[in-house]
Design a protein around this ligand. Structure first.
Ligand code: WQD
Length: 322
């Protein structure tokens, strides 16, 4: 089967592209390069520069490349930015997915792997979140990711033959190679590295949460493990396997202070941090239950927090973000 990877020039997309390529899958990348980097799409991989909002261009690309399935990552993904610009987030993530689905129908494509997010759960009051935990997003980003799931599911249930899998990413970190590091400084580890580069103390957004050390707990997942989960999902979709939603995490929670200690170990530096005000919209704890993806897709994370931090630090030094 031939797959189109939207957002394949991005941090996560580029890892998925390399993992699929290494497994011999046939992939074409579509990306508008608004945040992705052209250098991340290796030579020899067909590349289409277009926005998912441009249904005619996407339909043409799907048809010209004889695409059978779409792995859909192209989206805006910063929680903070979504709070400041909700309309832009709904336009890019929801309207963009509607336009993409119109192209998928026009080009007679019948398989999809959808990038979703733990942000759809909002602030659940359970220790481990299963795929059946109620989805109550608390920011526009999470709302748009849930709306994407609804659009895909409802198209499939409307009678259009669409086999789909949705992957709810938890906190993605690390780098599978030095040239694939996260150059968008929106998440904890790159923000800590940026602060240290600037000679500043990394900021801990609140230490009065109902957690053991008072700081927020998250389920960090190595981006290479996440890429390998997509290979497993593609294999399932190619088998015409069941339509389902899967959490992608390690099933283990680490606090912000735990992550800072892991960065200190990786850097061999005992830097100080500062406690600042809690960030609006932050749940105290968000950890995945990952039984379903393990039992149904045979996938389990192989890498730990030290691997994430060490690889992120190595990539940061090799290719420092602008
Ligand atoms: C992690 C923790 C912060 C920076 C994001 C987005 C989205 C989704 C999941 C894919 C929080 C704290 C952060 C800092 C800090 N990914 N923090 N100081 O908000 O959990 O979720 O990842 O869909 O990208 O929803 O990730 O990395 O922003 O924050 O204390 O300088 O680190 O408060 O508790 P988040 P994050």
């Amino acid at each position: 089967m031939k797959w189109m990877l939207t957002g394949g020039a991005g941090y996560i997309g580029a890892h998925i592209l390399r993992a699929l390529h290494d497994q011999g899958h046939d992939v074409v990348v579509l990306d508008d390069l608004s945040t992705g980097l052209r250098r991340k799409v290796s030579e020899g991989v067909p590349f289409v520069e277009a926005s998912i909002l441009d249904t005619d261009s996407v339909t043409r690309a799907l048809t010209d490349h004889r695409v059978d399935g779409v792995i859909h990552l192209a989206a805006k993904k910063s929680v903070g930015e979504s709070v400041e610009q909700p309309h832009m987030y709904f336009e890019q993530n929801v309207q963009g997915t509607m336009a993409l689905l119109d192209a998928i129908k026009a080009a007679d494509v019948h398989h999809m792997v959808l990038s979703s997010s733990a942000a759809v759960y909002g602030s659940p009051d359970v220790d481990a979140v299963t795929e059946d935990t109620p989805t109550m997003p608390i920011n526009p980003y999470g709302q748009t990711k849930l709306a994407q799931e609804w659009l895909v599911r409802d198209l499939s249930e409307s009678g259009y033959d669409l086999s789909w899998v949705a992957l709810r990413y938890f906190n993605v970190a690390g780098a599978g190679a030095d040239d694939l590091g996260d150059t968008g400084v929106f998440n904890l580890i790159p923000m800590v590295l940026r602060a240290l580069d600037d000679g500043q103390a990394p900021q801990v957004f609140g230490d009065t949460y109902p957690t053991p050390d008072g700081t927020c707990i998250r389920d960090y997942i190595h981006v290479q493990d996440l890429a390998e989960a997509h290979v497993a999902a593609v294999t399932q979709a190619e088998r015409g396997g069941r339509t389902d939603i899967y959490n992608v995490g390690r099933g283990m929670g680490f606090s912000v202070l735990d992550v800072l200690d892991a960065v200190r170990s990786a850097m061999g530096s005992d830097f100080a941090h500062e406690i600042s005000a809690p960030r609006a919209g932050d749940p105290a704890s968000l950890v995945a239950a990952v039984n379903r993806i393990h039992s149904e897709l045979g996938w389990q994370a192989q890498r730990d927090l030290a691997d994430m931090v060490t690889s992120a630090w190595s990539a940061w030094q090799a290719f420092p973000p602008a």
